[in-house]
Design a protein. Structure first.
Length: 134
C-alpha cells in the first residue's frame, strides 16, 4: 500500500491518511491482521509530523478499523469482532450523518432527490464493483 498526501489540499493530512487506509481496507488491499507501518516510519516516508500520523491512527482506532497492539503496533481490525453493537450503532449513525450532510449540500446546489439517489447509487456501485474485482 502506497500512501500519498497532498499538502495543498484543504483536507487535513491526518484525514487524508485515514481515508486512504479506509480505502485500502474497503478494496481488500489491507485485510484483518495486516500491520500498518509504525508511526515514526510512516511519518518519515510521508514527510509529515509523527503527531499527524498518530492522530490518523487514533481516528482509525476509534472508528474500529485498527487495533493497537503493544509489540506489533497498528493492525487492521477484524470488523466482525472489532466493534460492540453499541459501537456499530454509533458508526452507522456517523455514516448516516455524513450522508445527510452530503444530501444537504446536493440540495443546496440545486440537485433533486432523484439526482442525489442516482449519484449515490452510482458511487456505491463503483465501490462495490471495485472491491469485488480487486
Amino acid at each position: 500500500m502506497v500512501l500519498e498526501v497532498d499538502f495543498s489540499s484543504d483536507e487535513p493530512i491526518y484525514q487524508q491518511i485515514r481515508s486512504q487506509i479506509v480505502h485500502a481496507v474497503a478494496t481488500g488491499e489491507l485485510c484483518a491482521g495486516d500491520s500498518l507501518p509504525s508511526v515514526r516510519s510512516l511519518a518519515a516516508d510521508l514527510g509529515v509530523n509523527m503527531h499527524t500520523v498518530n492522530k490518523a491512527y487514533a481516528v482509525l482506532r476509534d472508528e474500529g478499523y485498527v487495533v493497537m497492539r503493544r509489540r506489533s503496533g497498528a493492525v487492521i481490525a477484524n470488523r466482525l469482532e472489532g466493534l460492540s453493537s453499541a459501537a456499530q450503532t454509533q458508526e452507522r449513525e456517523r455514516l448516516a450523518q455524513t450522508l445527510y450532510r452530503l444530501a444537504l449540500e446536493h440540495k443546496a446546489q440545486g440537485g433533486s432527490f432523484d439526482s442525489f439517489v442516482q449519484l449515490a447509487t452510482s458511487q456505491a456501485a463503483a465501490v462495490y464493483t471495485q472491491s469485488s474485482s480487486e
